[in-house]
Design a protein around this ligand. Structure first.
Ligand SMILES: Nc1nc2c(ncn2[C@@H]2O[C@H](COP(=O)(O)OP(=O)(O)OP(=O)(O)O)[C@@H](O)[C@H]2O)c(=O)[nH]1
Ligand SMILES: [Mg+2]
Length: 237
């Protein structure tokens, strides 16, 4: 039907061009626009209501775990404690044991997870017998410490160096005590630097031989050896 020119108005389309359309078409367009605005307002209202409800909900606390297997790590002696601290920082259950109180202090794990064996005068001074005797003397406290901290653990890991007295001298006894918890046992064992003294090297070989036997008889499931001398060659200085 031809349109009366009086009924038509000039509007600007989306491309910015003027065009003539009927007043009825303008009204229809306006109606559509109003409907769209109404829908948008309803959506916004619903979203706002949802947000208010969410803000009233309590915050869920989820335990932070950066690990897949639950390993209970026990670090003995200074080197063992430092290694264990690294595991603690990655979310593993960790305890540390030492005969030197001054070496336990800088280890940043909760104080309750540290066990001081008050046996000698601040360390075993690289004496294997002193390290062994210290853990034997406090074996009851050591086992309690392990049980209290590792109940939920699937695997136990002993971290120690071979060159000193505390960690190295007690390694065999520690494995025996850990075996009482009836979980697979791994040992992370650090060999001395090439530049260290004969006593350190002697200690390391003595204990390595004992640990190798325990691995052969399956008391230890895996024996992981870190060779400081090799690391020194690879990263000199
Ligand atoms: N890879 C590595 N080796 C270390 C570290 N700290 C110490 N060691 C090595 O550990 C050995 C020294 O043993 P310690 O762990 O200090 O001895 P300990 O078990 O505390 O025994 P005592 O000091 O005799 O009571 C040396 O062979 C060092 O090279 C460390 O942070 N990383
Ligand atoms: Mg020490």
């Amino acid at each position: 039907m031809p349109k009366n020119d009086e009924d038509r108005v000039v509007v600007i389309d989306v491309d910015g061009k003027p065009k003539k359309i009927s007043k009825r078409e303008v009204a229809k367009e306006n109606e559509k626009l109003e409907q769209a605005i109404k829908e948008k307002k309803t959506k916004l209202k619903t979203r706002k209501k949802q947000k208010t409800e969410e803000s009233k909900m309590p915050v869920m606390l989820v335990e932070q775990q950066d690990r897949s297997i639950n390993i209970g790590v026990v670090g003995v002696g200074q080197c063992g404690s430092k290694l264990a601290e690294e595991f603690y920082n990655r979310g593993y259950n960790t305890v540390v044991i030492n005969t030197a109180l001054q070496d336990l202090k800088p280890i940043k794990i909760p104080e309750g997870q540290k066990l001081f064996l008050d046996y000698s005068l601040g360390g075993a001074a690289k004496d294997l017998d002193t390290g062994q005797a210290a853990v034997e003397t406090y074996s009851g406290a050591v086992v309690k410490h392990l049980k209290d901290n590792f109940e939920d653990c699937e695997i136990l890991l002993l971290a120690t160096s071979g060159g000193g007295g505390t960690g190295s001298g007690s390694a065999e006894v520690m494995v025996e005590l850990m075996a009482g918890l009836d979980k697979p046992i791994s040992v992370l064992y650090v060999l001395p630097l090439g530049s260290e003294d004969t006593l350190a090297k002697h200690n390391a070989i003595q204990t390595l031989a004992k640990l190798a036997k325990l691995a052969k008889s399956d008391v230890i499931n895996s024996l992981i050896v870190i060779d400081n001398a090799k690391i020194e060659l690879m990263f000199p200085g």
